[in-house]
Design a binder for this molecule. Structure first.
Ligand SMILES: [Zn+2]
Length: 366
């Protein structure tokens, strides 16, 4: 029943401070010239898609439709030392020097506003706090509702609206300070988690499983053959999927690839880079709210089976505000012990009902 399991949800208004408004003047640079010329060439007015309204929409929907068993919390900002487990010090020095400024960080349109560094370190800190709360058994699971997102951020580079790799910072913290030895990191965002893959590419202690829309869809990485290297060979699992992939195919990937991999790996902590852009309202894929519920129950079962339920989710993308807020809500219902639906191909249930409705017109009663 919903409410049977305790879920800590991490949120902090500080993360609303990251707000790159492209009409305002940015620091002059080569990247600035490049991005401006691209934006001027568009035949529509571009605004920064990863905006504060994403988090406020989730918070508002949760306030209006509370989920029993949910406890709202906030964590401290991540420290320089915590971040330096996955980012180089030269990158961090550059990022920290951007405090108080407006600037483009990457030509893929990743930018900062004056309060972005505080927001980004708060996002990474709340991902850490979520992991600490499940490892310390304060809750059955945790969900860090954070932004800017993290999974595109590489050790030395901001990309794809991501400044700091929140989930990777949390995983590295769990290894360094919380006694976790084998971490299963699942990324179901529609985009490949290139940054997370890079960070743990040669690490046999982090099993990275990523379903995503296949290249050339952004960021263009995550090929089937990319399986890690060195000691980490075999510990990166990419499942590139065609556009419009929906519930049944996602469920099949999780049941037929993720579950056996987890069985073999035996994680002592499960983390999820939870993006809501695979929802059919968003851009490329066709997941429904029920689809998100089933994926959540599969990862929850893996955590229950292998690591006493230790499961933490960290928000990544999701740009349609309706499916973002309702998707998070659907996931929280399952985390809190709610019912898990059976999946059907989209429309099958409606056809069954229509058939029952029309049947009497064409079929003689017995
Ligand atoms: Zn995404």
């Amino acid at each position: 029943m919903i409410g049977d399991r305790k879920v800590n949800v991490f949120f902090d208004d500080v993360m609303l401070g990251h707000d790159p408004q492209v009409d305002l003047p940015f620091l002059p640079s080569r990247v600035e010239k490049r991005v401006r010329s691209v934006l001027e060439g568009l035949n529509f007015k571009w605004s920064y898609p990863e905006h504060p309204g994403r988090l406020s929409a989730i918070k508002q929907y949760l306030d209006e439709n509370p989920v029993p068993g949910i406890h709202l919390k906030s964590g401290p900002r991540a420290t320089y030392d915590q971040l330096s487990r996955v980012h180089t010090t030269s990158y961090l020095d550059h990022i920290f020097s951007m405090a108080g400024k407006r600037a483009w960080l990457d030509r893929d349109t990743t930018a900062v506003s004056p309060d972005s560094i505080e927001a980004a370190t708060t996002a990474a800190g709340n991902a850490i706090a979520a992991v600490e709360s499940v490892v310390n058994k304060e809750a059955d699971s945790a969900f860090a509702l954070v932004r800017p997102p993290g999974h595109h951020a590489e050790p030395v580079r901001a990309r794809g609206f991501c400044l700091l790799n929140n989930v990777a910072v949390a995983a590295a913290h769990a290894q360094a300070k919380l006694g976790c030895e084998r971490i299963l990191l699942i990324d179901w965002d529609a985009h490949h988690g290139n940054g997370t893959q890079d960070i743990f590419w040669a690490d046999p202690d982090v099993l990275f499983f990523d379903t995503h829309c296949a290249a050339p869809f952004y960021p263009g990485s995550g090929h089937l053959e990319d399986v890690g290297a060195g000691l980490g060979e075999g510990y990166t699992i990419n499942v590139p999927l065609p556009e419009t992939t929906g519930d049944l195919a996602f469920e099949k990937a999780f049941r037929e690839i993720l579950i056996p991999a987890a069985e073999h790996f035996k994680p002592d902590l499960v983390l999820v880079s939870a993006g809501f852009d695979p929802h059919h309202n968003d851009m490329a894929m066709n997941l429904s709210y029920n689809g998100f519920k089933v994926l959540t129950s599969i990862v929850q079962n893996i955590a229950d089976q292998h690591c006493e339920g230790r499961l933490a989710l960290v928000l990544e993308g999701g740009y349609n505000l309706t499916s973002l807020s309702r998707g998070v809500h659907a996931v929280l219902e399952v985390l809190a012990g709610g019912e898990v639906p059976e999946l059907q191909e989209c429309g099958v249930q409606a056809v069954a009902e229509a058939a029952a409705f029309h049947r009497s017109a064409f079929v003689e009663d017995d």
